[in-house]
Design a protein around this ligand. Structure first.
Ligand code: BES
Ligand code: MN
Ligand code: ZN
Length: 506
């Protein structure tokens, strides 16, 4: 799909020939008040009052979510116009814009239209800019066209007709909108990778497969990639990670990927480290899970997937920043040699851990990765994990849980989350909760009981993240959808990429 920008000042009449450009359809917004302005007014003039007549006839009342194709148009470059209802202008916010854009794409994707001239990104949206509108429209289209077909035996029929979209944009927004096109496409490509990895079945997307994916990502995007195997992980004394891995016949992998957009060498700026939970299947281990929806535990590597997707996006954007991605990956399986409740294991940091529930395995692999992260002297570390069912109980499927003691870092992540429309909600991390992790026999227990389960999981991790600014994202509720629309969402790649864009000052 090819996206481009054309600056148009509608107050100067037919605006740069936008309406005469080659396209199959021009997309025009209509508010409920039905007073035409900007692109809609010029379209009406160019078609000798057709838009006005259609509105007068009652065929397009401007109601949110409605669309109407006008065929066989003359007087402009395209043969069709798509009118899109926008609702009330005084409450036209990001949500209303998103709905209008999705309605437009849905209508277009149901046709053979190949080229689109799109004017909605130029509409006045409350508290949002033109470049934001372009990026959002690109992401909405790419979201609607994503399909996971790799595992179907026959290719699904029909190639997609839509090839090219030109956005009209105010001249003042042109430069930022061009950046938005590049970043929007890069972000969508990163999210597609994250979604593909999540959706792949666990017999294919194994730790070894993730290791190979990392190496390919390294080749394609010039990342420095290391994939450590069992022996090397043992040499690092990652006793906690290895304890989780040992019940599976799939060998664990410890993946380190470095993107050096701000240069390498001694004087290079400190990197941001992203750590992603890479459990390619979470059966619960000896504390085995009930059968219902257990297939969805293939998604327990979505934190890792988001690290891959974010690195891909950041590399394609060419951000001037250094980012390290760390992915500890293994399966959590029951077996004669699996870790058991009651076992005490020693983490890379030396902290001893009493395993009271083998299903609380995410924190056990992440704690060693957090210790490993110290060697990069990071400016910040963010871990991303499908860590707790309790986070879903607390926040549902809308917000990612954000945990950090560092107000500045938490603020940056929340700002990025808002800009990217990838919602996150800050959760508490008070020291008082740490008491729930007391063990009679080891330094710490791996579970803290039912109350505030997502908080005590974060508290566990915090013990291993004392030496740098750190934040934790619990994506248990947001990384994938269940039910008829079952599939990975690609979240929180938008949040993470925006955080890095902001840090890079780009
Ligand atoms: N991967 C799960 C968390 C999860 C469960 C995410 C369901 C999304 C949907 C994690 O490893 C886990 O099993 N956590 C346990 C922790 C408990 C044993 C303290 C949980 O949430 O039940
Ligand atoms: Mn588990
Ligand atoms: Zn898990």
């Amino acid at each position: 799909m090819d996206f481009s920008i054309k600056a148009c000042d509608w107050s100067k009449g037919a605006a740069n020939g936008f309406l005469n450009g080659k396209a199959d359809v021009v997309v025009i917004g209509v508010f409920e008040a039905q007073t035409l302005s900007g692109a809609a007014r010029e379209m009406d003039l160019a078609t000798k009052g057709l838009v006005t007549r259609v509105i007068k006839a009652g065929d397009m009342a401007g109601r949110a979510g409605t669309t109407l194709f006008l065929p066989e148009i003359t007087g402009i470059g395209a043969s069709r116009v798509l009118l899109v209802g926008l609702g009330k202008q005084d409450v036209f916010n990001q949500k209303a814009y998103g709905e209008a854009v999705r309605a437009a794409w849905r209508a277009i994707l149901g046709t053979k239209i190949a080229q689109v001239a799109f004017t909605l990104a130029q509409l006045p949206i409350l508290e949002r800019t033109g470049d934001w509108a372009v990026r959002t429209a690109i992401l909405a289209l790419r979201e609607l066209t994503y399909k996971f077909t790799q595992m179907k035996s026959k290719p699904e029929n029909g190639t997609r007709a839509l090839k090219k979209v030109v956005f009209s944009i105010d001249p003042a927004d042109e430069k930022a909108a061009k950046v938005a096109v590049k970043q929007g496409a890069a972000l969508a490509n990163g999210m597609d990778l994250t979604r593909d990895l999540g959706n792949l079945p666990p017999n294919i997307c194994t730790p070894t497969y993730l290791g190979q994916t990392a190496k390919k990502l390294g080749r394609d995007w010039k990342l420095k990639v290391e994939v450590l195997g069992q022996k090397q992980i043992e040499a690092l004394d990652m006793g906690s990670f290895l304890a989780v891995a040992k019940g599976s016949i799939e060998p664990p992998q410890f993946i380190v990927m470095q993107y050096q957009g701000a240069g390498s060498g001694k004087s290079a700026p400190a990197p941001v480290v992203l750590v992603g939970k890479g459990i390619t299947f979470d059966s619960g281990g000896i504390s085995i899970k009930p059968g219902e929806a257990m297939d969805e535990m293939k998604y327990d590597m979505c934190g890792a997937g988001s690290v891959f997707g974010t690195l891909r996006a950041v590399a394609e954007m060419g951000l001037k920043i250094n980012v390290v991605g760390i992915v500890p990956t293994c399966e959590n399986m029951p077996a004669g040699n699996a870790v058991k409740p009651g076992d005490i294991i020693t983490s890379m940091s030396g902290t001893t851990i009493e395993v009271l529930n083998t299903d609380a395995e995410g924190r056990l692999i992440l704690c060693d990765a957090l210790t490993y992260a110290e060697r990069f002297k990071p400016s910040a570390v963010v871990d991303i994990a499908t860590l707790t069912g309790a986070c879903i109980i607390a926040l549902g499927h809308h917000n990612t849980g954000l945990f950090s003691k560092d107000d500045a870092l938490a603020g940056e992540l929340l700002d990025a989350s808002r800009e990217a429309v990838d919602p996150a909600w800050r959760m508490p991390l008070d020291d008082e909760y740490q008491d729930q992790l007391k063990s009679n026999f080891a330094d710490v227990a791996n579970i803290g009981g039912r109350p505030a389960g997502s908080v005590t999981a974060a508290c566990f991790l915090s013990r291993f993240a004392q030496n740098y600014p750190w934040a934790h994202l619990d994506i248990a509720g947001t990384a994938w959808k269940s039910g008829a629309a079952k599939g990975a969402t690609g979240r929180p790649v938008p949040l993470l990429a925006q955080f890095l864009i902001d840090r890079a000052g780009q």
